[in-house]
Structures are given as structure tokens and as C-alpha cells.
Write a protein that binds this ligand. Structure first.
Ligand code: ADP
Length: 319
């Protein structure tokens, strides 16, 4: 078994990263293995900004969004020289492996560090749910719930004024967040990058439904599908119906994690720490059909996750 491991959170923060980090730390402590927390992602690794943690270091954390370790983006880590400095710092402290909690970019960085001889176990931490090989990423459920809450509120005001409301949500190139929150929030239309939508058809349908007496419509727009402001202008011009746009922004990143995010992040954190301590490397832990699965790190970062066709089909029927 390894004697000393470390962990970091990197890239965009997501609610549940703390729960995962807590589980990594407590599992290591339980097994009598030293565990180091690296502050501010790869930036902290390069700057030697790390400290040894104990069980108490992660008290009062499970309910908090964000990440107690801090996160950052580091251009320097993309260079070989930067990664060499990072590796040297880890070795100086006797660190024998790293748990990386982050999105695609962070896991890509981890794969490069692994090639230089440092054992790596990754956990998918991103609200976008866009990591290949896992149907779950830490924080996506909380973000989807935040969006549904916003949809509920916007629905009230939309109905009062007979307006069309467009809600722009995050997700980068993935439509998962928009699709999931749109279905759960009962949106009238969901625009995602993976599915082509004919705006002319949509505007025709909207006009007809308002003529039939419909009071309001909610359109969820994934950021990867275009700007809600731009689409809103087109919709207003083509339908003649009053239109408002709400860009939810970083509110989707924050908040106390849901039970699903706390539980799954905890399960993944434990698995990651146990695996790394027992000599496993070059893997990402995720979920498939409700069960924890191990994914090859290179596969996770080189493959592109696609939107579940079942979600697309469901949206077609219900929305
Ligand atoms: P996320 O992990 O949320 O996808 P980023 O794509 O911004 O976020 O990546 C976070 C950090 O991971 C970057 O700032 C960089 O330090 C590291 N990283 C990303 N891509 C690479 C890469 N191709 N090579 C090395 N490091 C990378």
C-alpha cells in the first residue's frame, strides 16, 4: 500500500467536490495513509502550495458547494517544464499518487502527469456531465436542480405577462444540463447543440399556441446551442410575442449539493482513495446504471461523450 497520497480539485468548481475530497481524506486517514491537499489545482502543484490534511481538516464540508482546496486554471501546467516542476514538488514531499477531481481538461492534465510516472486516479467533477464513460459527474445533479428551481420561478412571471421566456444554461458543448433540467422543469422547448432545431418551425408553433390562448412558454437554451439573447430576438421578431431572456450564469455552479451529489461523490471519493492506495493508477471512477465503474483515464479523455438518445427521445415525446 502507498504511504502518502494527495488530492486536488481543478478547472471549473462543482457542488459535491467537497464531499468527494472529504471522502478521499477520511478513507486515507482510516487506512493510516498520509494525505496531502494541494491548493488551487495544478497551479498549487507547481507553486508547492500543499499541506498535510487530517480527518478534522474536512469537517463541516459535506454541505458546502465550491471546493475548500480552491481551484484554478494553469497554463504553465500545459508545458512540460511546468509539469516537471509539479512532479518534483510532489516527490519532495514523498507523495506517491494523486486523486484529481475535475472535468475533461483536468483529467487530460492528469493523464500527462501519469505518463511521467506519477500514479493518478481521476474523479469526474463538473456540472456539465460531459465526461466519457460515466453517466454521472459530481455536481451536475445540483446544477440541474438549481435550473429547475429557476424555471419554476420564471414560469410564474412568464404566465403573469403572457411572455415567452428563454433561459440560457451552462453545459459547454454538452446539452445534458439543458435537456435534463428542461424535461424536469416542463419546458416547452429545449435547444441543445446535439440536436438541430428549426427556429422557423418553433416560432410558427409558438404563434399558433398563443393564438389558441396559451399564456406563456419556457425555452431552455444550452449555451452550446447559441446565445439565448440572440435567439430571443429572432423569436420576438418572428412571433410578435413579448420575449424575455434570463442567463442563469454562475448561480448554476454554487449551492449546497443535493443528496445524489453528496452520496455519489462520497462513494467515488472512497473508491478513488482505496484504488490509489492499493496501487491502481490511470483510471477514472464514475457511474454506469447506478453502479460505480472504473474507466481507463486515456479513454475518458480521448473519447467524446454523446447525449443519451433516450433523453432526446423523451424530450420529443413530452416537451
Ligand atoms: P475542466 O477540468 O473543468 O475541464 P479546464 O479545461 O480549464 O477545466 O482544465 C483545467 C486545467 O487542467 C487547466 O488550467 C490546465 O492546467 C489543465 N489542463 C487542461 N488541458 C490540459 C492539457 N491538454 N494538457 C495539460 N494540462 C491541461
Amino acid at each position: 500500500m502507498l504511504k502518502s497520497i494527495s488530492l486536488l480539485t481543478s478547472g471549473g468548481d462543482s457542488p459535491g467536490m467537497n464531499a468527494a475530497a472529504r471522502a478521499v481524506v477520511r478513507t486515507a486517514v482510516y487506512e493510516g495513509v498520509k494525505v496531502w491537499g494541494i491548493n488551487n489545482g495544478y497551479k498549487g502543484m507547481i507553486e508547492d502550495d500543499m499541506r498535510e490534511l487530517n480527518g478534522r481538516s474536512v469537517s463541516d464540508l459535506i454541505q458546502r458547494g465550491g471546493t475548500f482546496l480552491g481551484t484554478a486554471r494553469s497554463e504553465e501546467f500545459k508545458t512540460e517544464a511546468g509539469r516537471k516542476t509539479a512532479l518534483k514538488n510532489l516527490k519532495t514531499h514523498g507523495i506517491e499518487g494523486v486523486v484529481i477531481i475535475g472535468g475533461d481538461g483536468s483529467l487530460t492534465g492528469g493523464a500527462l502527469l501519469e505518463k511521467m510516472g506519477m500514479p493518478i486516479v481521476g474523479l469526474p467533477g463538473t456540472i456539465d456531465n460531459d465526461v466519457w464513460g460515466t453517466d454521472y459527474t459530481i455536481g451536475a445533479d445540483t446544477a440541474a436542480n438549481t435550473i429547475v428551481d429557476a424555471i419554476n420561478k420564471l414560469r410564474d412571471t412568464a404566465s403573469a405577462h403572457r411572455r415567452i421566456i428563454l433561459i440560457e444554461v451552462m453545459g459547454r458543448k454538452s446539452g445534458w444540463l439543458a435537456m435534463t433540467a428542461g424535461i424536469a422543469g416542463g419546458a416547452e422547448y429545449i435547444l441543445v447543440p446535439e440536436v438541430k432545431m428549426d427556429l422557423d418551425d418553433m416560432c410558427c408553433e409558438l404563434r399558433e399556441s398563443y393564438e389558441r390562448g396559451k399564456r406563456y412558454s419556457i425555452i431552455v437554451v444550452a449555451e452550446g446551442a447559441g446565445s439565448a439573447a440572440g435567439i430571443g430576438k429572432i423569436v420576438a421578431a418572428r412571433t410578435g410575442i413579448e420575449t424575455r431572456v434570463s442567463v442563469l450564469g454562475h448561480i448554476q455552479r454554487g449551492g449546497s449539493p443535493t443528496v445524489e451529489d453528496r452520496m455519489k461523490a462520497s462513494m467515488l471519493g472512497e473508491k478513488a482513495a482505496l484504488a490509489l492506495m492499493n496501487g491502481v493508477s490511470n483510471v477514472v471512477f464514475g457511474f454506469d446504471a447506478g453502479k460505480v465503474v472504473e474507466i481507463n483515464l486515456a479513454d475518458a479523455v480521448h473519447n467524446q461523450k454523446t447525449l443519451d438518445p433516450e433523453l432526446v427521445r423523451l424530450a420529443r415525446v413530452l416537451v
